[in-house]
Design a protein around this ligand. Structure first.
Ligand SMILES: [Zn+2]
Length: 460
């Protein structure tokens, strides 16, 4: 058992990560900063790589996906890869390409829904914007991150007096009733940026453009384009009467991004890396919430390209030899049993908070776990003293999926799907237990250190 102090300390460190990561771009930048501090070298996809044993590297794509790896001291091309995968994106509202929207004296912002969010949870929250802006600076195009640190937006609920059946069913239209309010036209005329010519075809209202320009210290005509997400301004916190919960946005799946990174970095601190025949890797992909099919998603060629590069020089079949020696932990959040909806879980498969990391299994291959990959994980978890739980969905319920089945099918790599138990998945504010952070870090660290030895002990 971990001490309460150790559990809380690990959970608090995670809060810092999630609070600084309101968008996938911020999450990748946060990983980048931590990896550089831990002695990893940044590589670029466009360069030739010179990879040395016992050294550590990372590469990013689209600034929203990151792959980091530590090369074992005994690695030669053709040896295996010990991989933990997760995703950097979360369901959210994104600012539309043309967002200017004026209605009944209000300045609003046009937003698109990204992924399968619980959109009603976005009502009556104090929202801001975060993401990236491409800025023209002289002849250069520059990539800048933005996170406005004050509540500038809100999607107001309709008053119950005007919709009496609201508590029976809360139904709303995603296009017409989910648009946030930015300002009133009255106030805008009094103190806003210079009033626009009504006939001028601006894509974004001058109020939002001014906020972006002030934050980045650029002029409106320098903004080439942007991808901006809405985010809650309420920071993640430890909660519950006994300080045992984490109330936070984006637990799915920044919890696993953070823990995978910590597990990798921690595994490199002792001298086990020098004796490792494998490459230890974390692969944190964007766009899982919309099916992973993008240049930077888990369904792209990125993972294969990186593994092929690292296998090159080992003969014509080094990559093909490496795959069956490899193993991927596909880490994505899992559903804890909900006290008010217990009938939604299968009777014998009800993961509890504080009761360990969940192995996700599905007879129809919505998860990639097999008896072999599960057994290997169980052996590692036993050795590092992290409890595991099993999950299958009810036969009469649809099953979610994740990057595990996509990547294992593409690469032919043995994979297990796991995750920490949580509630309120895909809400703007989710909930899990403090134990999950330290347990996940310990499991991933143990996986990186022990996998080659456990694999070598498999008599099949
Ligand atoms: Zn997820």
């Amino acid at each position: 058992m971990n001490s309460k102090e150790a559990v809380l300390s690990a959970a608090r460190q995670f809060l810092g990560f999630v609070n600084r990561s309101p968008s996938p771009y911020h999450a990748v930048e946060e990983c980048r900063t931590r990896l550089l501090a831990a002695g990893f070298t940044e590589l670029r996809e466009v360069d030739k790589w010179e990879i040395k044993p016992s050294n550590k590297y990372f590469v990013t794509r689209n600034k929203s996906t990151i792959i980091a790896f530590a090369v074992g001291g005994r690695y030669v091309p053709g040896n295996g890869f010990t991989i933990t995968g997760a995703h950097t994106d979360s369901p959210c509202l994104k600012v539309k390409p043309v967002s200017k929207k004026i209605a009944h004296g209000y300045v609003q912002l046009g937003v698109s829904t990204y992924g399968g969010g619980i959109w009603h949870s976005w009502f009556d929250r104090d929202l801001t914007i975060a993401g990236r802006v491409v800025v023209k600076n002289g002849s250069k195009l520059e990539h800048k991150l933005i996170h406005v640190d004050r509540p500038i937006l809100r999607v107001p609920n309709i008053c119950i007096h005007l919709q009496r059946d609201m508590n029976d069913q809360f139904v709303f239209n995603n296009e017409t009733q989910l648009a946030p309010v930015l300002a009133t036209c009255v106030q805008q005329e009094l103190q806003g940026p210079a009033n626009q010519d009504e006939n001028k075809k601006e894509k974004h209202h001058p109020i939002i453009t001014k906020i972006i320009c002030d934050e980045l210290e650029v002029k409106p005509d320098q903004i080439m384009d942007f991808e901006l997400m809405l985010a809650d301004t309420q920071p993640a916190t430890i909660g519950g009467a006994l300080e045992e919960f984490i109330f936070s946005p984006r637990l799915d799946n920044l919890l696993n991004c953070y823990c995978a990174l910590e597990g990798l970095v921690n595994s490199c601190e002792g001298d086990t890396l020098n004796e490792d025949p494998n490459i230890r890797m974390i692969s944190l992909f964007d766009n899982e919430e919309v099916g992973s099919s993008s240049a930077q998603g888990a369904a792209s060629m990125l993972q294969e390209h990186v593994l092929r590069r690292l296998s090159s020089g080992g003969g014509p079949t080094a990559f093909e030899e490496a795959i069956p020696k490899s193993y991927m932990l596909s880490a994505d959040q899992a559903h804890a049993i909900h006290p008010n909806y217990s009938e939604k879980h299968e009777m014998q498969h009800r993961p509890g908070l504080h009761e360990g990391i969940v192995i996700k299994i599905n007879a129809n291959q919505r998860y990639a776990s097999t008896a072999i990959t599960q057994s290997i994980l169980r052996e590692i978890a036993t050795r590092v003293n992290v409890p595991l739980q099993d999950f299958v969905v009810r036969n009469d319920s649809a099953c979610g999926s994740t990057i595990g089945p996509i990547m294992s099918a593409k690469l032919g790599m043995p994979t297990v799907d796991i995750g920490a138990p949580q509630l309120s998945m895909h809400s703007i504010r989710e909930m899990c237990c403090t134990s999950s952070v330290l347990q996940s870090v310990q499991l991933y660290k143990g996986f990186f250190e022990l996998y080659p030895e456990v694999f070598a002990s498999c008599d099949f």
